[in-house]
Design a protein around this ligand. Structure first.
Ligand code: ADP
Ligand code: MG
Length: 243
C-alpha cells in the first residue's frame, strides 16, 4: 500500500499543497483532475521528491519517510519505488531510445549495463519501438518520444508510476498511441497516479478520480460519481468548463 499523509508544500511562502491525504491500493489506477495552478504537478513531484514537501509522510510498502526529516538515502529509496512520466518527455537528447531506458537502470538502480540493455530491448518491444532502439529523440515523433518516456518508467519496475499530463504536449495526431499504451499498462494493473485532462480516458481506466482545487482534494470517487454526479459545486463548475 502507498499512503501520503498531511502533505504540505509552499513556494516562497505561498501554500500550494494544503494537506493532502491519499491512500493508494496496489493495482489501483487513480486520475487527478482540476484547474491549472492547483497543485496537481506539485503533488506528483513531491511524491517523487522532484520537489521537496515541507511536511507530511510518504509511505510506500515498508518504507515510511517523514519528508521534513528525509535523508538522502530515503529520498533515493522513494525514487526507486516511484517512476515519473513527464509532460515534455524529458528525454536525454544525446542518448538513443535504448540509452534513455538504460540510463536510470544503470545510474539509479545500479543494474549492470548488459542486463539493463536486454531489459531495455524487452521494453522497446513492449512499447512497439524495437526498430527505433538506436534512434535519437530528435528523430522520433512526439508520440514515439513519449512512449520512450513511458518505457523508461516501466523499466524501473516501480510499485507506482506517476504520469503528469503525459499527452498535453503532444500534437493531436499522437495522443491516441500514447493513451493506448497507457491503457495496456492499466490493464496489467500497474499502480498509476495520472494527472490528465483526457476525461474520456479517465472514465475508462480510472478506479478512482480525484478532483483537486487550491492545493486540496475537494472530492474523490469512482469515475461514474465524479463525472455524472459530482457533489461539490467546485467539481461541478470545473466539469462544466472543460466539457
Ligand atoms: P498544476 O499542475 O495543478 O497546474 P502546479 O503544481 O504546477 O499546478 O502549480 C501550483 C502552484 O505552484 C502554481 O501557482 C505554480 O505557479 C506554483 N509553483 C509550482 N512550481 C513552482 C516553483 N518551482 N516555484 C514557484 N512556484 C511554483
Ligand atoms: Mg501541472
Amino acid at each position: 500500500m502507498i499512503a501520503v499523509t498531511g502533505l504540505v508544500k509552499a513556494f516562497n511562502g505561498t501554500p500550494v499543497l494544503r494537506g493532502i491525504d491519499l491512500t493508494i491500493q496496489p493495482g489501483e489506477r487513480i486520475v487527478v483532475i482540476g484547474p491549472s495552478g492547483t497543485g496537481k504537478s506539485t503533488l506528483l513531484r513531491c511524491i517523487n521528491f522532484l520537489d521537496h514537501a515541507d511536511e507530511g509522510t510518504i509511505r510506500i510498502g515498508d518504507l515510511s519517510v517523514d519528508v521534513a526529516k528525509a535523508t538522502k538515502a530515503q529520498i533515493l529509496a522513494v525514487r526507486r519505488r516511484t517512476a515519473f512520466v513527464f509532460q515534455n518527455y524529458a528525454l536525454f537528447a544525446n542518448r538513443t531510445a535504448r540509452g534513455n531506458i538504460t540510463e536510470a537502470l544503470v545510474t539509479v538502480q545500479g543494474i549492470p549495463k548488459a542486463e539493463a540493455t536486454s531489459r531495455a530491448d524487452e521494453i522497446l518491444r513492449d512499447i512497439g519501438l524495437s526498430d527505433k532502439a538506436d534512434a535519437y529523440p530528435a528523430s522520433l515523433s512526439g508520440g514515439q518520444q513519449q512512449r520512450v518516456g513511458i518505457g523508461r518508467a516501466l523499466a524501473l519496475n516501480a510499485p507506482l508510476i506517476l504520469f503528469d499530463e503525459p499527452t498535453s504536449a503532444l500534437d493531436p495526431e499522437w495522443v491516441g498511441e500514447v493513451l493506448d499504451l497507457m491503457r495496456r499498462i492499466a490493464e496489467q494493473r500497474q499502480t498509476m497516479l495520472i494527472v490528465t485532462h483526457e476525461m474520456q480516458f479517465a472514465r475508462e481506466i480510472a478506479d478512482r478520480v480525484i478532483f483537486m482545487e487550491g492545493g486540496r482534494i475537494v472530492e474523490e470517487g469512482p469515475p461514474s460519481q465524479i463525472f455524472d454526479a459530482p457533489r461539490d459545486p467546485r467539481t461541478q463548475e470545473f466539469l462544466r468548463r472543460v466539457r
